[in-house]
Design a protein around this ligand. Structure first.
Ligand SMILES: C[S@@+](CC[C@H](N)C(=O)[O-])C[C@H]1O[C@@H](n2cnc3c(N)ncnc32)[C@H](O)[C@@H]1O
Length: 279
C-alpha cells in the first residue's frame, strides 16, 4: 500500500493546476506555513496558488541572487533573467569603486569619493539591493512611479539606500545630476499589443505600468536614456535590460541620446543588456 503524506497531496494539487515546478513550490509553501503560524494556513496558500496567484505574492518574497527579496502584491516579481543585469552592474560598481580608490591614493586628496548607483524603474529594488549588499561603500538610490513598488524597494534596501517615488528622474535630489556612476534600468519593455500574450501570472497580477513599453516596447526606455545623460557622471554607465528582438531599437535610441553602446547577451540567463557610456 502506498502511503501519501501532506506534501504528496499538495504536489498533486499544484501539478493538476498546471504548476510546472510543483515539487519545489509545495516545499516552499509547506516551509512558509511552518515558519509563520500567524500567516495563512497551508490550505489557504495552496488554494490561492491553485487559483492562479503567483507563488511570490503568496510567500511574500522571491529569491534573487541568494537574497530573499520582499515582493508585495502587484509589484513586478523580479525575473531570473534580470540576474544578468545585476551581475553586469555589480562588476561595473566594483570596478568603479577600485578606480576611485586608486585615484584618491594617487592624488593623496583624502578618502575616495563614494560610488553613486541608481536603479531606475526599480520595482522591488532587487538589483539595487544586490548592489548595496555587495558594495556597502556605494551610495545607492532607486526610483519608481508606483508607490507600492517604492514601499517594497525601501523595505528591501533598508538603511542601505534611498528610494524615491515619481516619474523617472523627476523625484530625485538635484545634487545627483551629473553624479551617477552606474545607472541600471529594467524599464517596462513589452510592446502594448503583446501584453495580451503574456502568461496570466504577469498579465492579471502585475501592474500594467510595470509591463507596458508602448507601441514598439521602447517608449519608457527612450525616456530613460534621454534623461540619463543629464544624471550620469563623466564616464558613467547606463545598463539597460531589453529583449533580444528589441535590442537594435534600444541600441539606436541610446546612441541617439549620446551614449556609446555595447550589446551584451547571455545564453545562461537568456537575457540581453545594453551598456551605454557617457563621454
Ligand atoms: C519591468 S518592471 C522592472 C522592475 C525591476 N527593475 C525589476 O527588474 O524587477 C518596470 C518598473 O518600472 C516602473 N515604471 C514604469 N513607468 C515608470 C516611470 N515613468 N517612472 C518610474 N518608474 C516607472 C514600474 O512601476 C515597474 O516597477
Amino acid at each position: 500500500m502506498q502511503v501519501m503524506d501532506a506534501n504528496d497531496g499538495v504536489v498533486q494539487r499544484l501539478r493538476a493546476a498546471g504548476c510546472v515546478f510543483a515539487e519545489q513550490e509545495a516545499a516552499l509553501l509547506l516551509a512558509a506555513a511552518a515558519e509563520d503560524p500567524q500567516a495563512a494556513t497551508l490550505e489557504e496558500m495552496v488554494a490561492e496558488r491553485v487559483s492562479g496567484t503567483p507563488l511570490e505574492y503568496i510567500l511574500g518574497w522571491a529569491e534573487f541572487l541568494n537574497l530573499r527579496i520582499t515582493v508585495s502584491p502587484g509589484v513586478f516579481v523580479p525575473r531570473q533573467r534580470t540576474r544578468y543585469l545585476a551581475e553586469l552592474a555589480l562588476h561595473r560598481v566594483k570596478a568603479q569603486a577600485r578606480n576611485v580608490s586608486e585615484a584618491a591614493q594617487l592624488s593623496q586628496s583624502g578618502p575616495a569619493r563614494d560610488v553613486v548607483v541608481l536603479e531606475m524603474c526599480c520595482g522591488t529594488g532587487a538589483v539595487a539591493t544586490v548592489l548595496a549588499a555587495a558594495v556597502p561603500s556605494a551610495r545607492v538610490y532607486a526610483a519608481d512611479i508606483d508607490p507600492a513598488a517604492v514601499e517594497c524597494a525601501q523595505r528591501n534596501l533598508g538603511a542601505r539606500g534611498q528610494v524615491y517615488c515619481g516619474d523617472l528622474f523627476a523625484p530625485l535630489p538635484q545634487e545627483l545630476r551629473g553624479r551617477v556612476d552606474v545607472l541600471v534600468a529594467n524599464a517596462p519593455y513589452v510592446p502594448t499589443e503583446q501584453i495580451a500574450l503574456m502568461p496570466p501570472e504577469a498579465r492579471l497580477y502585475e501592474a500594467r505600468t510595470a509591463l507596458d513599453g508602448g507601441p514598439d516596447g521602447v517608449t519608457v526606455q527612450e525616456r530613460v536614456a534621454f534623461q540619463a545623460v543629464q544624471w550620469l557622471a563623466p564616464q558613467g554607465r547606463l545598463l539597460m535590460e531589453t529583449s533580444r528582438d528589441q535590442a537594435p531599437l534600444t541600441a539606436e535610441l541610446m546612441e541617439r541620446a549620446g551614449l556609446r553602446v555595447k550589446v551584451k547577451s547571455s545564453k545562461k540567463f537568456y537575457a540581453t543588456v545594453l551598456t551605454g557610456t557617457l563621454g
